[in-house]
Structures are given as structure tokens and as C-alpha cells.
Design a protein around this ligand. Structure first.
Ligand code: SF4
Length: 161
């Protein structure tokens, strides 16, 4: 039995990105999970209370302090944190051991994020939600890793059978 998968709403084409767009992902494995009713959707930034469209935000870390700040210098750390906590709660409640999250987002990015200078420079790191999910044992993949996600979920389902 395949588990439920937590998915970034924008990857299902929902127009919830900061600029009001979606980024629909077309992959047979994701389509099969959707058909099977095994996809659970979150958008941490909207769930955290931010509007769409909204100013782009980046993570700024200094030492152990992590802040999320919009391009016009508004601190949105609280909304990002609240959205991340909600995503973790939903993942636990729905039994998601895996998540498919949008690459490079300050919330959902799992490997790379922008460096906080709004200059388009990427660094290694995770978004606020992806980080929290990973710290709680949920395996996070992005839309360029769907084949790997399929292999990992298929293996987990076999191990359970
Ligand atoms: Fe997509 Fe995540 Fe950004 Fe929402 S917070 S638009 S789900 S990348």
C-alpha cells in the first residue's frame, strides 16, 4: 500500500506562488498518486497567512538566527514559521513519510535557496518548511527528483508489505 504524499500546492498548478503563478508538474507517478487520492496539499506561505500575490522573500541567517524578509524589508518569519508548523501537523495527521516540495522556495526548497541578498544567487540550504519536515524524519524531494521519489516510495511500500 502506497503512503500519502505531502505536495506543494503550486506543483499541482494552484496559482499560489508569490507572483500569482503555479508551476504544474507533469509526471506519471504523481498523476497516479493523485488518482489514488494519496496527495495531501499544503502551501505554507498562504497557510501562514500571506496573500497572493506577495513580495518575494528570502531567508537571511546570521549565526543561529534565521529570519525571512521580503524584498521590501518586511519580516515575515512568523508567517513562514506558522505555515511550516501547519505543514508538519498535516503531514503527521495524514501519515506522510514523504513530501514533494517546490525547489528553491524559501519555504519548500529542499536543497538550494537564495542567499538573502535578492540577487538571484543560490546557496546550499533548505526552506523553512522543508527544513522542519526533514528534521522530523520526513523525506523531502523536489520536482526534479520525481524518479527518485517514486523509487523511494515504491521501496517503502514493498518493505511494509
Ligand atoms: Fe509553492 Fe511552497 Fe511557495 Fe506555496 S510556499 S507557493 S507551496 S513553493
Amino acid at each position: 500500500q502506497m503512503e500519502n504524499l505531502l505536495v506543494s500546492a503550486c506543483l499541482l498548478g494552484e496559482k499560489v506562488r508569490y507572483n500569482g503563478s503555479g508551476q504544474l508538474v507533469d509526471h506519471p507517478f504523481l498523476a497516479a498518486l493523485i488518482d489514488a487520492g494519496r496527495v495531501i496539499t499544503v502551501c505554507p506561505e498562504v497557510d501562514g497567512g500571506l496573500p497572493t500575490p506577495r513580495p518575494p522573500a528570502e531567508i537571511q541567517s546570521s549565526g543561529s538566527a534565521v529570519r525571512v524578509v521580503t524584498i521590501n524589508a518586511i519580516d515575515v518569519t512568523e508567517q513562514f514559521t506558522s505555515g511550516a508548523n501547519n505543514a508538519l501537523e498535516v503531514a503527521k495527521k495524514e501519515g506522510c513519510a514523504f513530501a514533494l516540495m517546490a525547489a528553491r522556495s524559501p519555504s519548500c526548497g529542499n536543497q538550494q535557496i537564495y542567499d538573502g541578498s535578492y540577487s538571484g544567487k543560490l546557496i546550499e540550504g533548505s526552506g523553512i518548511t522543508a527544513e522542519l519536515l526533514q528534521r522530523n524524519g520526513i523525506q523531502v524531494f523536489n520536482q526534479y527528483q520525481l524518479d527518485d521519489l517514486e523509487a523511494a516510495m515504491t521501496q517503502a511500500a514493498r518493505a511494509q508489505a
